[in-house]
Design a protein around this ligand. Sequence first.
Ligand code: HEM
Length: 422
Amino acid sequence: MLWSNIIATCVVLAGVPSSLAYPGMGEQMAEIMRRQGDSGEFDSTEPLGDLITLPDSQLTPTGADIKKILTGQGTPQSTTTWTAPKLGSSACQKDTCCVWQYIVNDMVADFRGKSGRCTSWARRAVRLGFHDAGTWSKTTAAQGLPGGADGSLCSTDEINRADNNGLQDICQKVNGWYDNWTKKGYAVSRADIIQMGATVATVVCPLGPRIKSYVGRVDNAKAGPPNLLPGVDQSADALIALFRDKTIGPHSLTALVGAHTTSQQFFVNTTRAGDPQDSTPGVWDVLFYGQTLGTKPTPPRVFKFNSDIALSKHPQTAPEWQKFASAGGQQDWNEDFAAGYIRLSLLGVNNINKLTECTKVLPGGTPSFTPNDQSNVDKWLKTADQSATAKKISNALHAGESLLGWLINLINGILGGLKKAT
Ligand code: HEM
């Protein structure tokens, strides 16, 4: 329903003749609805793929659960754990998820930094999951074009597109995992490795949600169509329209871009390569929302994307943005990110009903996290210096290292000499 219709309906329901509606009433109604929660129009509730046409009576338990999540009634996070049987044992062979435990163990080793923060591998893995799936849209799918969570990003020339700058290394890693496990005879797809990588990375980042994770996607050797990924200088209206065409409404979009809480940009402004998008790179917290809005103090080294600033102010995304930034926002955001990411990870997948849920192979989450080196991170953030010394600190954060130990000399000694931002 459009805002104008919602407001007109509310006016009628409230018994207010439309002649008595007054300027600014729309804003007040929007505020009332914001306080009451989600309006519906801005959420994502469309089923996807084979779930669009399959009758409920034919759904598997996993298919039914995914359908509930997609239609806004399910639970997108899970704490289920298990102890995996030994690789190669008959018990392991009988369980589709078993080999994934061993793949995930490899991923965790790369994704968790010594400081407890997640590493650049983890952040790239989350972005990779988005960029593989994000080549799908309702418009291009209706034209019979490929695209979606099909592994093509790492097996075709999609990876050479400018949109994907910075993802080449993680694709190589994905291809390494794929070659290693398929050579051993395990029938795993690149598409699943990419999407499992994203959900493993999310939960490895401290405070990140433990998103329900599925396997069984089918690879496609054809590249997805170009121009379906967002640009950092696009208007909020254009970004909202782009994501709507992927069945992702403004609320979900607001939740999904929160992944920038962990990131350090390299290509938007190359003179500021390594500068983070909030004061806590590698941590899955809601500080990004407050700092992008400007309601939380923002040190000079934090580099805000124009696209994030635009979304933080647009009437269709700002209310949710403010909710995530406010007290209690973390839990709300984690739930919305999890639901939004499940949707994203299933774009272009047409065998959803046959997928297997393997969330049990994910590591446990880190629901609270206080880095013991944040005061050193803060010293670095107060500077705008791009010297070799500042780069070493940025690289250490990128690798998830602690700014203690050998780096303490840099911090306490040389960092004192770094140029303060004016
Ligand atoms: C409005 C939509 C979006 C725009 C315009 C956008 C743009 C960007 C840009 C320009 C970068 C920096 C790349 C670089 O210079 O190194 C980036 C990084 C990143 N993005 Fe997005 N993005 C969007 C949505 C998303 C979504 C939906 C996700 C995931 C669900 C995501 C996850 C990430 C992550 C994790 C990074 C950090 C990657 C790293 O540290 O290597 N982004 N994004």
